[in-house]
Design a protein around this ligand. Structure first.
Ligand code: MG
Length: 286
C-alpha cells in the first residue's frame, strides 16, 4: 500500500491567514480548480462565528456554490454545535474538530483548557457521526508550541486517545509552527504507538524551518499515507507567531512521487491553482 492521500487546506487554512477579504466568487473559482487537481479531499471552509474569522463568514454560500467532483471529500472545520448545524445544512461530507496538545495554544486559539475544548467537541463528534459524516480530529502543536515550548509525544498521545474514544475517524497531527525534523517525527510516532497507527493519521506540516518535505518523507517511511498541504504554500496560522507557510502541495506531491509513492494529486495543476490564487489575493489587496 503506497498510495498517499492529499487534503488541500488552502481554502480554509490558507485563506484564514490572509488580511484582504477574498470575495466568495474567487473562493468558489479556486475550489473548483482544486477539484480538478486530483486531490482526495478539500477543506472548504470553517463554520466559526464571523467575528472570529471574518474571512470565512461565507462558508455556507461557498459550499452551496462549489462544483463537487466525484470521489473528492469536501470537509469543514467546526468549533461547536452551532457550527455543526450549519455544516450539516451545507452538506459538508466531513467534519473537522480542533484540539491543541498544549494548554498555552488551547487558551489562545480555542479559548479554553484542553479538557474544556474536548468537552465542547464531544457532542459535535457524536452528532456528526449520527449524521453519517466522517470526522477528523485535529491536534495542533504536536512538536512545539509557540507559547509552551517543546511538546512531549505523550501529551499528543493523550489527546489522540480522547478523540478516538469519542469516535473520530482520523487523527490529524499539526506541526503548527513548523518545528519538526526527522527525529521529532520518529519520536512523535513512537509516542503514538499503541494509541493510533501511523496509517490512521494525517500529518499537517508547515515549512517554516524548511524541513517540511524531509519530515513528510520520513513520515511516509513510517507508514503515514495522508498529508495536508496547500496549493502554492498559501497560509500559516494567525494565532501562532512566526508560523508562515503550509507546506506547498505541489512540492509535497513531487517529493513523494519521486520516492515511489502513488498519488492522484497533480503537482502541475496544484502549482497553477496556487499561482492563480496568489494573483487573485494580490488584486483583493489593492
Ligand atoms: Mg496550517
Amino acid at each position: 500500500m503506497n498510495g498517499v492521500r492529499i487534503t488541500e487546506v488552502a481554502p480554509r487554512d490558507g485563506l484564514q491567514h490572509e488580511q484582504a477579504l477574498v470575495p466568495t466568487d474567487v473562493k468558489v473559482a479556486f475550489i473548483d480548480q482544486l477539484s480538478d487537481c486530483g486531490v482526495d479531499e478539500i477543506e472548504v471552509s470553517s463554520f466559526v462565528p464571523a467575528k472570529w474569522i471574518p474571512q470565512l463568514a461565507d462558508a455556507s454560500e461557498v459550499f452551496a456554490r462549489i462544483r463537487r467532483a466525484p470521489g473528492v471529500v469536501y470537509s469543514a472545520l467546526v468549533p461547536n454545535e452551532r457550527g455543526l448545524d450549519a455544516a450539516l445544512a451545507a452538506r459538508a461530507d466531513k467534519i473537522s474538530v480542533f484540539v491543541s496538545a498544549t494548554e498555552g495554544f488551547s487558551q489562545r486559539n480555542t479559548a479554553g483548557t484542553i479538557a474544556e475544548v474536548l468537552l465542547r467537541v464531544q457532542p459535535v463528534v457524536r452528532r456528526a457521526r449520527e449524521a453519517h459524516r466522517l470526522v477528523r480530529g485535529y491536534i495542533s502543536c504536536v512538536v512545539r508550541c509557540p507559547f509552551d515550548g517543546p511538546v512531549h509525544p505523550d501529551k499528543v498521545a493523550g489527546v489522540a486517545a480522547r478523540l478516538l474514544e469519542m469516535g473520530v475517524d482520523e487523527i490529524d497531527l499539526g506541526d503548527t509552527i513548523g518545528a519538526a525534523d526527522r527525529s521529532a517525527i520518529d519520536a512523535l510516532y513512537e509516542g503514538l504507538a499503541g494509541v493510533v497507527s501511523a496509517g490512521a493519521t494525517t500529518l499537517h506540516l508547515h515549512d517554516t524551518s524548511g524541513r517540511a518535505i524531509e519530515c513528510a518523507v520520513r513520515a511516509a517511511e513510517l507508514g503515514v499515507r495522508s498529508f495536508d498541504a496547500s496549493a502554492g504554500g498559501l497560509g500559516g496560522c494567525p494565532y501562532a507567531p512566526g508560523s508562515a507557510g503550509n507546506v506547498a502541495a505541489e512540492t509535497l506531491v513531487d517529493a513523494l512521487a519521486a520516492r515511489g509513492f502513488a498519488l492522484r494529486a497533480r503537482a502541475d495543476r496544484l502549482h497553477a491553482a496556487g499561482q492563480w490564487m496568489r494573483r487573485a489575493i494580490g488584486s483583493c489587496e489593492r
